[in-house]
Design a protein around this ligand. Structure first.
Ligand SMILES: Nc1ncnc2c1ncn2[C@@H]1O[C@H](COP(=O)(O)OP(=O)(O)O)[C@@H](O)[C@H]1O
Ligand SMILES: [Mg+2]
Length: 249
């Protein structure tokens, strides 16, 4: 039987503001295998970020069930939820949300601080190793304002990894980077995914990135229109399958 780290069932999301309401996700069923790299693609406005935020426990679905690591996550109280998130889940966003008053390494250590307080020397070493590996150790003591966009994004990746989460969610993590830096960030995330059996779920509108995933899930108008197992296809065939727009209205 497949070992699914995420099992979401019948997810619906309705945004309401005053008298207006809009349904953005419709009865989404999605299972994600532990250790896999899933790319979530689809047109702008199709609900990718909304779905990712639900799965990452950042924003509750209006209805439906999300089981992560065998545990039902919907209906958990806010404090337990934020603790669970901080300890088990890493996030990388298109905009990095680093704290401007803190240095690079202080930003990296924030999820550790939230979990366990002041970082001991060993954890600081871990943070430095992580930063060295992604090429930002030289920026250790700089504030976000003193770094380039690519460096800031790499700090946010190190921050997502410091607690060694089993699950990483990324929303267009290379969206604001030039092609070369974006490629480096993607390779790094793929390496991490392969190394510790870390599960990676990434929203992207970039087909070249999607082609590097094990599986592509495509959303159109808030519904999953198809899920493609790329591992079973060759590169050429995968490209052809992704070009196919048959599930677009
Ligand atoms: N907080 C919100 N309140 C109301 N509508 C929202 C909110 N967030 C997203 N939406 C709407 O939901 C739809 C899907 O958005 P989103 O999930 O961001 O799509 P994607 O990431 O695929 O571009 C869009 O029509 C968007 O305007
Ligand atoms: Mg989005």
């Amino acid at each position: 039987m497949a070992d699914n780290i995420i099992s979401a069932k019948k997810l619906n999301k309705i945004y309401t503001s005053g008298k207006m309401s809009a349904q953005v996700l419709f009865n989404i069923d999605l299972e994600v295998e532990r250790g896999s790299f899933t790319a979530l693609i689809g047109p702008s406005g199709s609900g990718k970020s909304t779905l990712l935020n639900c799965l990452a426990l950042l924003d509750p679905p209006t209805s439906g069930s999300i089981v992560i690591d065998g545990k039902e996550q919907t209906g958990m109280d806010v404090n337990s939820l934020s603790k669970y998130r901080n300890d088990n889940i890493g996030f990388v966003f298109q905009f990095h949300y680093l704290l401007p008053e803190f240095s690079a390494i202080e930003n990296v250590l924030i999820p550790f601080n939230i979990r366990s307080g002041k970082a001991p020397a060993k954890t600081v070493k871990d943070a430095e190793r992580l930063m060295a590996r992604i090429g930002i150790l030289g920026e250790r003591n700089k504030s976000p304002g003193e770094m380039s966009g690519g460096q800031q994004q790499r700090v946010s990746i190190a921050r997502a990894l410091i607690n060694k989460p089993g699950l990483i969610f990324a929303d267009e993590p290379t969206g604001n980077l030039d092609t070369e830096t974006g490629g480096a960030v993607l390779s790094l995330m793929k390496e991490i995914n392969a190394e510790n059996n870390t599960t990676l779920v990434m929203v992207t509108h970039d087909r070249d990135i999607a082609l590097k995933a094990d599986r592509v899930v495509e959303l159109v108008n808030g519904k999953i229109c198809r899920s493609i197992n790329l591992k079973s296809l060759g590169q050429e065939e995968a490209e052809k399958v992704l070009e196919n727009r048959s599930c677009y209205p």
